[in-house]
Design a protein around this ligand. Structure first.
Ligand SMILES: Cc1ncc(COP(=O)(O)O)c(C=O)c1O
Length: 380
């Protein structure tokens, strides 16, 4: 009937594990979303704007009012000036932005470097654009980038490098030195960059997020993606934005206007109002999530898992090699059924999974859920 354009793609692991968690009435630490509410003022702003009749199409690039608030946040948190007119585009989620950026710059036969474990939306976008993903594994355990391997993987057909920091699923972050390496390799080979920074505010232990926007020569060739869903605990609102130089923004918008055309209008008003009133809210997030990370890790102290506390994101990897040598995909299912805690196996984010034994747990959950989950994991 139809030849699939994505024959290797099935239902995402997030959908499958959440469905299994529901079926088993398990604690769901698999999919990455908070189980607590967003700030009350943001929820009220949303209701207010729906009632005020802000329910028709917004401008294609996003409300100027919101883009101005975004520019103010970028100045406050990253120390960079961005032009709301020509460099900032509001999008219905970072995922749509990544898709549009890939469509805008990848052509038939182009090669795109991605790092495994790799967020699952990247490769389908590359394939649909006619390109080919070149997978480079991150270092075992540290999940760092081996820049020599990157240099060795570049061919005349390489067009784009996609990076993600803080990194889902490992929680690793890129250092300033990493971004300088990225900048050098992109300049040397005239490559474009997609920098997925949706967890920008979730960086722990006093460290600072390093954004591609803060490295001028890198910024000139980058699409940088952010997500209000992550920052404001409203993943279901699917709203984010892309910052890119004017020429790249023009091409991104050409695709975006025929994929989704616009992001949801009352969400844009609500987020803009909230940022205007609470510009310092994102600065509270490292402490808030670090405390949850520490609560979860501490409660696992007497378990048979081993762990290194996550450097960023709201994900914690647990190494189960002292418990079992079984594949992670098998254990994620078994332990959801037997022990009532759902997680994500990270092998599915690899082209060729290495010999390691990690499950990913989301700690954006109420404290009691984290403690209950840890108690169940300690019994394994
Ligand atoms: C690395 C990464 N990029 C992008 C996204 C998607 O963000 P959004 O919900 O704004 O589309 C996620 C969500 O889990 C993510 O983990």
């Amino acid at each position: 009937m139809i030849a699939s354009k994505l024959p290797a793609v099935g239902t995402t692991i997030f959908t499958r594990m959440s469905a299994l968690a529901n079926e088993c009435n398990a604690l769901n630490l698999s999919q990455g979303f908070p189980d607590f509410d967003a700030p009350q003022a943001l929820l009220e702003a949303m209701a207010r704007h729906v009632r005020a009749g802000h329910n028709q199409y917004a401008p294609m690039a996003g409300l100027l009012y919101l883009r101005e608030q975004i520019a103010a946040q970028l100045l406050q948190y990253r120390g960079v000036s961005c032009d709301p007119d020509s460099e900032i585009t509001v999008l219905p989620g970072a995922t749509e932005g990544i898709f549009c950026a890939v469509m805008a710059c990848v052509g038939h036969g182009d090669e795109v470097i991605v790092f495994d474990p790799c967020y699952d939306s990247y490769e389908p976008a590359i394939v649909l654009a006619g390109g080919r993903a070149i997978h480079i594994p991150l270092a075992l355990h540290s999940f760092g980038i081996d820049w020599q391997r990157v240099a060795a993987a570049i061919t005349p057909r390489t067009r784009l490098i996609m990076v993600n920091s803080p990194h889902n699923p490992s929680g690793a972050t890129l250092s300033a030195e990493d971004l300088l390496q990225l900048q050098a390799v992109a300049e040397q080979h005239n490559l474009l960059v997609i920098s997925d920074e949706v967890y920008e505010h979730l960086v722990f232990d006093g460290k600072q997020h390093q954004s591609a926007l803060q490295f001028p020569a890198l910024r000139r060739r980058s699409f940088v993606l952010f997500s209000f869903g992550k920052t404001f605990s409203v993943t279901g609102w699917k709203t984010g934005y892309c910052v890119a130089p004017p020429a790249l923004t023009t091409e991104l918008r050409k695709v975006h206007q025929f994929v989704c055309f616009v992001a949801v209008t009352p969400v844009q008003y609500a987020v803009a109002d909230f940022i205007a009133v609470e510009p310092d809210y994102p600065a509270t997030l490292p402490e808030f999530y670090q405390r949850k990370r520490d609560l979860f890790c501490h409660a696992l102290q007497d378990s048979r898992f081993t762990l290194t506390p996550s450097a960023g994101t709201y994900f914690q990897l647990l190494d189960y090699s002292a418990i079992s040598g079984a594949p992670d995909a098998q254990l994620a299912v078994e332990w959801t059924r037997q022990h009532g805690v759902a997680s994500i196996p990270i092998s599915i984010f690899y082209e060729e999974p290495p010999a390691q034994h990690y499950l990913r747990f989301c700690f954006a959950k109420n404290d009691q859920v984290l403690l209950d989950a840890a108690a169940r994991l300690c019994a394994i």
